[in-house]
Design a protein around this ligand. Structure first.
Ligand code: ACO
Length: 333
């Protein structure tokens, strides 16, 4: 019998501190940086974002999202045998945020301690991270290497922002989203399509790294926004088309497009190319900003919890990000 994987629960978490554009504009003005609500809304569709306080790490955000996904799936930590965290803002250089998060789940109670021993690792594909992580978890489940996975996208991107650079610091936010993915006789995940092209490293990167105990190079985010924009629209369409072809479905079979929430104009262009009305697109960019690897599972959970996205519907998840990386997952909820 063919073995598939299926999402059985979703969860998400946003740190409590919410900054509207007005809050951010005032904060930046105090630093001598000029921007406006009008500019941000018109160019990006973003109205607000959430920033984690200093004491909150990526694993803390991921932990909250994971607990909510487990609750939704009717599962406990000890039922999980694989944890994959997609992040570009790990708690430490090593060990993985997934291992740290596993231990936080293990400490919930005596039974939860049974999650110790589950495989745990991070995936680094920037804003495409969740698509990569879901693809890997699906492959491991189908191959019989795992039975129940927690797949999490979690980020504290605010810590990578240069608040003197108005072209980037208005775009991003912090948050986490998670799914429980389980072995199933029914799909579930129908197809996925992931890619990377390292020649574009320079248009979106955080070049700094640790060398001999000091940070070498610039540790803040650099982006050529226009180059990213142009590349993103074409790559998202191509990933969506390939996932649809592999999964044997047409544009018209998609009930919901759940795209990476970077910029409303990129999302509108992709929807247009796929001939999907915006009524079939789950949108959170206005309230979350770009939360990188967290944005797709955050949007998925938002869709599920608001009752828009329902069991049995066909969802196309797609993302693009630094690397350059891009990809899509086609699934039936
Ligand atoms: N407030 C006010 N003015 C600004 C701001 C700001 N925050 N930022 C830039 N400007 C100015 C520029 O200085 C420029 O002024 P000038 O004409 O006097 O030189 C003007 O606005 C236009 O700048 P552009 O860069 O041409 O603006 P554009 O329409 O391209 O929008 C943006 C910029 C929003 C960054 C857009 O290019 C974009 O969304 N790109 C994609 C970014 C993205 O999605 N990144 C995430 C990818 S996923 C990941 O892996 C993280």
């Amino acid at each position: 019998m063919t073995r598939f994987s299926r999402i059985t629960g979703t969860g998400s978490f946003l740190p409590p501190r919410r900054l509207t554009n007005a809050d951010l504009v005032a904060d930046l003005a105090a630093r001598g940086v000029e921007t406006s609500d009008e500019w941000i809304v018109e160019r990006t569709g973003i109205h607000a974002r959430h920033f984690a306080d200093d004491a909150m790490a990526t694993s803390d955000l991921g932990f909250e999202a994971a607990c909510r996904a487990l609750d939704a799936a009717g599962r406990r930590p000890q039922d999980i045998d694989l944890i994959i965290v997609a992040t570009s803002t790990p708690d430490m250089v090593f060990p993985s945020t997934a291992a740290i998060l596993q231990h936080k789940l293990a400490q919930l109670d005596e039974d939860a301690a049974g999650i110790a021993g589950a495989a745990a690792f991070d995936v680094q594909a920037v804003c495409t991270g969740f698509i990569y992580a879901l693809t890997v978890a699906d492959a491991m489940i189908r191959a019989g290497n795992a039975r129940r996975a927690l797949v999490i996208g979690a980020e504290v991107f605010s810590r990578l922002l240069d608040f003197q650079d108005r072209t980037t610091c208005v775009l991003f936010g912090d948050g986490a989203g998670a799914v429980v993915l389980e072995a199933s006789e029914q799909p579930g995940i129908r197809s996925s399509d992931i890619h990377a092209d390292g020649k574009h490293v320079g248009i979106l990167c955080v070049p700094g790294h640790v060398r001999n105990g000091v940070i070498s190079g610039d540790p803040l985010l650099k982006m050529d926004g226009q180059a990213v924009f142009k590349l993103a629209v074409g790559l998202l369409e191509s990933a969506a088309r390939q996932a649809l072809a592999k999964g044997g479905l047409q544009d018209s079979d998609i009930d919901w497009l759940i795209p990476h929430q970077a910029n409303i104009r990129i999302i509108q262009s992709t929807a247009r190319k796929l001939k999907l009305p915006m009524e079939k697109v789950v949108l959170t960019v206005h309230d979350h900003g770009n939360t990188s690897a967290a944005s797709i599972p955050l949007a998925l959970d938002h869709g599920v919890r608001t009752g828009l996205v329902k069991p049995g519907q066909n969802l196309l998840l797609e993302g693009v990000g630094g690397g350059f990386t891009w990809g899509a997952v086609l699934l039936t909820l």
